[in-house]
Design a protein around this ligand. Structure first.
Ligand code: PAF
Length: 507
């Protein structure tokens, strides 16, 4: 494998001419096992070439002494980067990167940088964003590899990439730790033995807090701080925040982060743990025929998650009300009937799910054309929705669930970790539905089917209660010309890319 050192942008541009796609690993040098893991992951990622940059960015140091003391080990770094799989190393001078008239000073998102390190390191994240944006513009990589140890940096950079609509995929790796549990950091080399012990204590306390959180679901910052005081640790901050919005209203997200910074002598170090009240939830909404059911089932199977088909619950209830001739228009009668209702899913011998309503198996009954044409009107009855949303939340109580419907991300599980809005053209959806009906021995005119689908969309999206709308934070995926497997894999990739890798062991 050819190993190239690029010292100027000119060198880089010449090298790029023969390269199709670049995986970019930005660093400030003094490479440790965390960096090497990033380089190795990039190398393993496929056919892209791995470019590692080593550039100590003066813009992200709010403390001049910290900048001056930042460890420099270029010779060793070059050897380590190449032996971990780098194809080229970019070693630009400060002049080349910063001394240009057109340098864009990129501000970090204010909301994401107002807590944690952003609080005490003024301008730090603006400096990081400025330099990473500059590098992305020069390099134009397909993927950028970043460590989750700097979680706030990762969230801020992901946000910048999204806001500026940059075409680069962000890949992250979990915090890499030494045998004593301390996360690898370039600044660890500056610690004395006793400072290292302090840092170890700090990391252990965070781990202990995580353990107790799994039992009582609460974090007592005062108590943790007290344990630091007994050891005379200099804590810069200790915060418990929502993991993605990084704000203090920790009830807004299921996954939270307990993160702190401490001063070991004059060296500042950070660590964190992630906490989860329940396992993650994937919410999949979208119109009929978008491929939701097949895709959701596949995801459930691949992740070993509970599969929740909320549409089937509305269909089952509609079937029941008609079959039992319940006078559902009378609110009192309907309410009495709902009190006695019991809807359960059970896995059958074919590993598919059957749905039972008051012990009657209605799996096939609810798929008739008749139920398809009336379910939307039943689903717009507020008492029906109230009842079923409650039931659905009960099923999702512990998470580890992938749910499909029309209001999962907006109403049923608004705190779902991943929200997907699946859709497809009317033509594609009608085509799929026709095949499905034919398999059940039902014949239907294609144009009539298209009209039915259009009408169903209109009914679902204009009803007063929980209309079919894309949640603000949902990712839209159009399923035309893709197999269900491809879409399921794409959603699983989105899921894993959003979640901190270290919580994977927690579910
Ligand atoms: O994480 C770092 O080492 C730096 O902040 C980065 C991303 C290389 C930007 O200078």
């Amino acid at each position: 494998m050819q190993q190239t050192i690029l010292k100027t942008i000119n060198d880089l541009n010449k090298w790029k001419k023969n390269i199709e796609n670049i995986n970019f690993v930005p660093t400030m040098g003094n490479l440790h096992k965390g960096h090497l893991e990033l380089i190795q992951q990039s190398y393993k990622d496929g056919s892209n070439e791995t470019l590692v940059s080593i550039f100590i960015n003066p813009l992200q140091f709010n403390d001049k002494k910290d900048f001056k003391n930042y460890p420099k080990t270029i010779g060793k770094d070059i050897k380590l980067a190449f032996s971990s799989g780098a194809n080229a190393i970019f070693l630009p001078s400060e002049n080349e990167i910063l001394n240009i008239k057109s340098l864009i000073y990129q501000k970090a998102c204010k909301k994401l940088s107002s807590n944690l390190c952003g609080k005490s390191r003024e301008g730090h994240f603006d400096g990081v964003c400025t330099i990473v944006l500059r590098m992305l513009k020069i390099i134009n990589p397909k993927k950028i590899f970043l460590g989750e140890k700097d979680w706030q940096q990762l969230i801020i950079l992901k946000n910048m990439i999204k806001e500026l609509n940059l075409k680069v995929e962000v890949k992250s790796i979990t915090t890499q730790r030494d045998a004593d549990g301390v996360p690898y950091s370039s600044r660890n080399n500056l610690l004395t033995t006793s400072e290292r012990k302090d840092l170890q204590f700090f990391s252990e306390e965070l781990k202990k807090a995580k353990k107790s959180f799994t039992v009582n679901k609460a974090i007592n910052l005062k108590e943790i701080n007290k344990s630091f005081e007994t050891k005379n640790l200099k804590i810069e901050y200790l915060q418990h925040l929502s993991a993605f919005s990084l704000n203090e209203s920790i009830d807004k997200e299921n996954i939270t982060i307990l993160a702190g910074a401490m001063l070991c002598g004059s060296t500042r170090l950070i660590d964190h743990v992630f906490l989860m009240k329940r396992k993650p939830i994937i919410a999949i909404d979208g119109p009929a025929g978008s491929g939701k059911s097949t895709v959701t089932k596949l995801i459930a199977k691949k992740l070993d998650f509970i599969y929740l088909d909320t549409g089937a619950m509305y269909r089952a209830l509609s079937w029941f009300l008609i079959d039992q001739k319940i006078n559902y228009k009378n609110v009192n009668i309907l309410q009495e009937c709902l009190k006695e209702l019991n809807i359960v899913f059970k896995t059958n011998l074919n590993s598919d799910q059957d749905i039972f309503i008051n012990n009657i198996c209605v799996t096939d009954k609810i798929r008739s054309q008749k139920i398809s044409s009336i379910v939307s009107s039943f689903a717009s009855i507020s008492k029906v929705r109230e009842f079923l949303v409650k039931e659905q939340r009960k099923i999702g109580d512990k998470g580890g669930l992938v749910a499909e419907g029309r209001d999962i991300g907006t109403t049923v599980f608004p705190k779902a970790e991943i929200k997907i809005y699946l859709t497809a053209s009317i033509y594609e959806r009608a085509k799929r539905r026709k095949i499905e009906l034919e398999q059940q021995g039902q014949e239907i005119n294609f144009n009539k089917l298209k009209d039915q689908i259009k009408q169903r969309d209109l009914d679902d999206s204009t009803r007063n209660i929980s209309p079919l709308v894309k949640a603000e934070d949902a990712i839209e995926i159009i399923t035309d010309n893709h197999t269900a497997d491809q879409i399921a894999d794409k959603i699983i990739q989105i899921f894993y890319e959003k979640l901190p890798k270290e919580i994977k062991n927690d579910f």
